[in-house]
Design a protein around this ligand. Structure first.
Ligand code: HXC
Length: 261
C-alpha cells in the first residue's frame, strides 16, 4: 500500500516524529476497519524508517480524537461475520511497533477512540479531551482492549464506573487517574507531542526500544519474570556502542552522540 493512497488517515514525518492523523470528519474520526488497517500499516512502515524515532497518533481537528469504532459499520453485523472476519483483531499489529507511540488526544476519545489511545505507550491530552467507554449503551462491550487496559491504568472500581455507568473523564481527571501523562492547552498539543518525540529522538533508539519493551512486558508477566526480563535487557545494553558513548560522554562532561548501535 502506498502512503499517498490512505483514505482514512494522513501521515507526515517531521523532525524524527512520524504523525498519523485520523481523518474521518463526517464520522467524528470514528475508526472503521479500513482506518484500523491503514493505521497499523502506517505505524509499521514508520517503525521501519530509520529517520523516524517516535510515532504520534492524533485526530483531525480540535474536537475529536476518535468518537469510537464506526457504529454504522457495526450496526447490522452478525456474530457470524464478526467471528469469521476476526473483527478488529488487526489492532494487535500495533504491539509489534518498537518505537514509542504517543497518543495526542485532542477532544473526545470515546469507545474505540479511548482504546486506540490506550494502545499507545504514552497519552498526552489537550484540556478539552474527554475519555469514556460508552459501549454498553449500544448493547456491546469494549472490544479493542478497553476492559483490559483501562483497569490497568485506573484500577478496577474506576474502570467499572467508566464502563458500566458511562462516567467520562476530563483530561485532568484522566491525568489524576494515571491514564494520561500530560495535559496541555489545546493549541499546544501537537507542539508538546513533537517536543516529546524530539526528546526521545535525542536518545539511543536501542535504549528507548528496550525501555518500552520492558515496561510493556509488565502487562504480560508476573513480577519475578518481569524483573528477570529487565535484568537481561539491562545487561545486554552493555553490548551496545551507545552505552559506552552515553557513559563516557557523561564522565567527559559533553553531550552524547548516539548511533543506535
Ligand atoms: C459512526 C459516528 C460515531 C461513531 C458520531 N458519529 N460517533 N458515526 N461511529 N462512533 C456520527 C453521527 O452519527 C453523526 O452523523 C456525526 O458523527 C455527528 O455526530 P453528533 O452526535 O451529531 O455530534 P455531537 O453532537 O458533537 O456529539 C459528539 C459525540 C457523539 C458526543 C462524540 O457523537 C457520540 O456520543 N458518539 C458516539 C460515541 C460512542 O458511543 N462511541 C462508542 C462506539 S462503540 P450524521 O450522519 O448524523 O451527521 C465502540 C466499540 C468499540 O467504539 C469496540 C469495537 C471493536
Amino acid at each position: 500500500q502506498d502512503a499517498t493512497n490512505y483514505r482514512t488517515i494522513r501521515v507526515e514525518v517531521e523532525d524524527a516524529a512520524g504523525t498519523i492523523t485520523i481523518c474521518r470528519p463526517k464520522a467524528l474520526n470514528a475508526v472503521n476497519t479500513l482506518a484500523m488497517e491503514e493505521i497499523v500499516h502506517a505505524a509499521r512502515a514508520l517503525d521501519k524508517r530509520p529517520d523516524v524515532k517516535a510515532l504520534i497518533i492524533t485526530g483531525e481537528g480540535p474536537k475529536y480524537f476518535a468518537a469510537g469504532a464506526d457504529i454504522k459499520e457495526m450496526a447490522d453485523q452478525t456474530y457470524d461475520e464478526a467471528y469469521h472476519k476476526r473483527f478488529m483483531e488487526g489492532w494487535t499489529g500495533l504491539a509489534a511497533v518498537r518505537k514509542p507511540i504517543i497518543a495526542a488526544v485532542n477532544g473526545y476519545a470515546l469507545g474505540g477512540g479511548c482504546e486506540v489511545a490506550m494502545m499507545a505507550d504514552i497519552i498526552i491530552a489537550s484540556e478539552n479531551a474527554v475519555f469514556g467507554q460508552p459501549e454498553v449503551n449500544l448493547g456491546v462491550i469494549p472490544g479493542m482492549g478497553g476492559t483490559q487496559r483501562l483497569i490497568r491504568a485506573v484500577g478496577k472500581s474506576k474502570a467499572m464506573d467508566i464502563i458500566l455507568c458511562d462516567v467520562r473523564l476530563t483530561a485532568f481527571e484522566a491525568q489524576a487517574s494515571g491514564l494520561v501523562s500530560r495535559v496541555v492547552y489545546t493549541d499546544q498539543l501537537m507542539a508538546e507531542a513533537r517536543s516529546m518525540a524530539a526528546r526521545i529522538a535525542s536518545l539511543s533508539a536501542l535504549a528507548v526500544a528496550k525501555a518500552k519493551d520492558c515496561i510493556n512486558r509488565a502487562y504480560e508477566v508476573p513480577l519475578s519474570e518481569g524483573l528477570r526480563y529487565e535484568q537481561r535487557e539491562f545487561w545486554s545494553a552493555f553490548a551496545t556502542e551507545d552505552q559506552k558513548e552515553g557513559m563516557h560522554a557523561f564522565l567527559n562532561k559533553r553531550n552524547p552522540s548516539f548511533k543506535d548501535r
